[in-house]
Design a protein around this ligand. Structure first.
Ligand code: NAD
Length: 334
């Protein structure tokens, strides 16, 4: 009998274990509820399946001499050292489109929470004051939404925006003329989008080239009193620039599901025991100021987290692992 290939899965929630095991019957599966830890890696591992909290670094790959594939259980793959994987000829796959509606729906949850003052309104009633004074919001209808990145999620955001009768402008490094025609929106340059939009929402992957795409200079182009939504990746936005713009009133509000160096908010130990400049203390401080700011609503990288989306993630990850095992990888990242 041929040996089943060994898959190590990191960061999987206990309620999804049975479903995952059933989908991965062809594999010898080890499920770790926590993120990858260097000293707990099993050297016999053939394949890794990880969520974004588990960085697959050079050191991780060096500890797994049999590693033949890494399946990212997410769309984004900036937590995987692709240069090292390429060097070691280890294919890396992702789940390209499990969450287009899921993340787009969360984007609107953040948008509506800000524009309708939902958090303050609900808090006030819970505190025993049934009174709408000072809680006036703004309509989405007729406002201009600027969508940066018109891939799977961005396109779905545009579909929903059209349901709200919003005008849509978009910016993408690879514009899709057919999509613009079908959904009824226009591509413009990034500066024009920032100048003309009432709400700007980010839906691009994080690459070296677009690190802090929204920074002091670009945020200064945004309309006074506009809103910023980020459900893509924290490092697309310079945290200090957002804080400054909220304080000056350039931004009326920010709805963020992602923050730069958000891991430090989950694992405060890393900050406490930090010995060098890599610990990003400044970013941690600014993140906390953003969290406490009255005009922000911050969710803990939760946009992907729906029952349906997680099942789709596991289904596609199972296909990706089968692709590795058969020597025909699918959903390879760049
Ligand atoms: P996608 O690959 O389908 O689309 C990305 C789009 O961004 C493409 O059209 C691409 O051309 C464009 N793009 C790339 N670089 C750009 C740049 N510098 N400027 C403008 N446009 C650029 O990806 P997707 O499925 O729509 O997902 C987008 C991102 O959302 C993911 O990469 C991931 O980081 C993030 N995401 C977050 C969550 C969450 O839970 N918060 C969940 C899923 C995905």
């Amino acid at each position: 009998m041929t040996k089943k290939p060994a898959v190590a899965i990191y960061g999987l929630w206990p309620d999804l274990r049975a479903y995952t095991r059933q989908k991965l019957r062809k594999f010898l599966v080890t499920i770790h509820p926590d993120i990858i830890k260097l000293d707990e890696l099993g050297p016999r591992t053939d394949f890794l399946a990880v969520f974004i909290e588990s960085p697959v670094t050079k050191q991780v790959m060096a500890k797994l001499p049999h590693l033949k594939g890494v399946a990212s259980m997410s769309t984004g793959y900036d937590h995987i050292d692709l240069v090292e994987a390429k060097k070691r000829k280890i294919p890396v796959s992702n789940v390209p489109s499990y969450g287009e509606n899921t993340v787009a729906e969360h984007t609107f949850a953040l948008m509506l929470a800000l524009t309708r003052r939902l958090f303050d309104s609900a808090k006030r009633v819970k505190e025993g004051r049934y009174d709408f004074g000072g809680l006036r919001g703004v309509d989405l209808k007729g406002r201009t939404l600027g969508v940066i990145g018109t891939g799977h999620i961005g396109a779905h955001v545009i579909r929903i925006a059209k349901g709200f009768e919003m005008n849509v402008l978009a910016y993408d490094v690879r514009p899709k003329a057919d999509l613009a025609k079908t959904l009824g929106f226009s591509y413009v340059t990034l500066p024009k989008l920032l100048k003309q939009s009432d709400i700007v929402t980010l839906h691009t992957p994080l690459f070296k080239e677009n690190y802090h795409l929204l920074n002091k200079k670009t945020i200064a182009l945004m309309k006074k009193g506009s809103y910023l939504i980020n459900t893509a990746r924290g490092a697309l936005v310079e945290p200090a620039a957002v804080l400054g713009a909220l304080n000056s009133g350039r931004l009326a509000g920010a709805g963020l599901d992602v923050l730069e160096d958000e891991k430090l908010l989950q694992n405060f130990e890393e900050v406490m025991h930090c010995k060098n400049n890599n610990c990003k203390l400044q970013t941690s401080l600014i993140n906390n100021l953003l969290i406490d700011h009255p005009n922000t609503i911050i969710t803990p990288h939760n946009a992907f987290n729906s029952t349906e989306a997680l099942k789709r993630i596991i289904d596609v990850t199972a296909q990706n692992l089968e692709g590795f095992a058969a020597g025909h990888p699918i959903n390879l990242v760049r």
